[in-house]
Design a protein around this ligand. Structure first.
Ligand code: ADP
Length: 461
């Protein structure tokens, strides 16, 4: 079976969040099942500067888009039985960021990702790779489904392809002005409510939801949540109308990348049977952040985008009370300026027990999963969430808000029944967050119970 996979970020090439992890791991597993998988990804500067040896596949091609002839090349990299095909057009992709800079999104993101989607489809044809499945992810790949329906409709090359669109986060929709349709070579008539219009703008995500044969999202609960006005981001009606083909499938993890027994990022490896290496990771984590990490004081870690979605505003509000519980808090993240500013000021106040790094750093992230006792994820909404799964694999107990994939993957610990793998709170407020953390701390103080809980959480993984 031939599978074409379109994603705007894929590990180990380019990553800003969980999409990259899944878009890296899933093709490997499909290839392991015998599928012939080709992954399409823009050739960003971040990839260009990695020093990979890329094989030229198409040296010069061009496509017509909105009256312009756009040149591009295609290069390949093969690993784990998966071929990744990079769409190379420096004007669009040889830039500092994937989607923008600190100043905001790139203003031509509509054209950039429409071009990526279109060039991916053209490349399938040029390589005579006639896919059985075309699987696109998030708004950056969604216009592929508009092209398939409205530009390539009836084209025998794509006639047998079945199409699948996955929503990793409904809040990011790719909104552009009406004129973008003409510029990217889509019929301007699609600017109507039943196609791509959304409150006076073009909504790229709608193309995936409307035109793909099937739509998935990344947890069963999130698939139900997004059909409600509260979580539907204005698209709940459309999603309800597609309920028959909408499925929630919890993200998987490639434990070859996330296994404390083999992880090359962490200071000492360990296994569920022998957690002694975790102690070393904990000490080294303290050193990394310039903090003492006495054994009787729990280390609470966070690896997160600094964004409202992730509940960082709730953490800011709860910070003094959290510190009042007598824990050490360690946060690694990048994101909104006002959250950064608040946390930087709070670090000064609690400098002996609060460690903070404003950075995107894979090695430090792994060290936090490995070296913390507790992992905090207070998201306002969470399509799936991967960090709780990584934490549990490293014997680190999650404290999460009960929403989306967090609700699906974490069960409240019940010491009497000896069941559960973490702690949850329902209301997105400081009080419940602090209470749930305090429940975790109460168990932490009883080493026998804590060891049992860590064992339970490892079994779930
Ligand atoms: P989202 O994609 O919404 O940000 P997920 O939980 O699905 O959230 O995935 C987040 C991924 O990004 C994880 O692999 C996590 O380790 C990683 N990550 C987030 N922030 C950072 C950071 N500052 N440094 C390194 N990795 C990070």
């Amino acid at each position: 079976m031939k599978v074409a996979f379109l994603a705007s970020e894929v590990i180990p090439y380019a990553k800003t969040g969980g999409l990259a992890d899944v878009a890296g791991a899933l093709p490997r597993f499909l290839a392991g099942l015998g599928a012939d998988v080709k992954v399409f990804l823009p050739l960003y500067r971040a990839v260009r500067t990695k020093g990979l040896v890329l094989e030229p596949v198409i040296e010069a091609a061009s496509l017509e888009m909105g009256g312009r002839s756009l040149d591009y090349a295609v290069h390949a990299h093969r690993a784990d039985r998966v071929t990744v095909l990079f769409i190379d057009r420096p004007e669009f992709f040889d830039r500092d960021g994937l989607y923008g800079t600190a100043a905001g999104d790139y203003p031509d993101n509509g054209e950039r990702f429409a071009f990526f989607s279109r060039a991916a489809l053209e490349t399938m044809r040029a390589l005579d790779f006639s896919p059985d499945i075309i699987h696109g992810h998030d708004w950056q790949s969604a216009l592929a489904f508009a092209y398939l329906r409205h530009v390539y409709g009836g084209d025998p090359f794509f006639a047998r392809a079945r199409t699948l669109f996955t929503i990793h986060n409904l809040a990011y929709q790719g909104l552009f002005e009406q004129e973008v349709l003409a510029r990217v070579g889509l019929p301007p008539a699609l600017f109507n409510m039943n196609d791509l219009e959304y409150f006076g703008q073009v909504n790229a995500l709608k193309a995936g939801i409307l035109y793909a044969d099937a739509v998935t999202t990344v947890s069963p609960r999130y698939s139900r949540e997004i059909q409600t006005p509260e979580f539907g981001c204005g698209l709940d009606g459309l999603l309800r109308s597609r309920a028959g083909v909408l499925h929630g499938i919890l993200n998987g993890v490639d434990y070859r990348d996330w296994d404390p027994a083999t992880d090359r990022h962490i200071p000492r490896n360990f296994t569920p049977a022998d957690l002694s290496g975790k102690k070393v990771c904990r000490e080294m984590l303290g050193l990394e952040f310039g903090l003492a990490a006495p054994e009787d004081r729990p280390v609470v870690g966070m690896v997160t985008r600094l964004a409202g979605q992730k509940g960082l505003d709730i953490v800011c509000e709860a910070l003094d009370d959290l510190m009042g519980l007598g824990l050490t808090l360690i946060i690694l993240g990048t994101g909104e300026q006002k959250i950064q500013d608040f946390l930087l000021a709070a670090r000064k106040k609690h400098s002996d027990r609060f460690g903070l790094k404003i950075a995107f750093d894979e090695r430090i992230a792994h060290t936090i999963y490995a070296g913390s006792d507790i992992f905090l994820i207070p998201s306002r909404y969470e399509p799936c969430g991967l960090t709780q799964m990584y934490a549990m694999k490293y014997g680190t107990i999650p404290v999460v808000r009960a929403t989306g994939g967090l609700e699906d993957s974490v069960q409240e610990y019940d010491p009497r029944a000896g069941e559960g793998n973490g702690f949850k709170f329902l209301e997105a407020e400081a009080g419940p967050l602090v209470e749930a953390t305090a429940r975790a701390l109460a168990v932490f103080k009883k080493p026998g119970s804590w060891r049992k809980l860590v064992g339970l959480s490892l079994i779930h993984i």
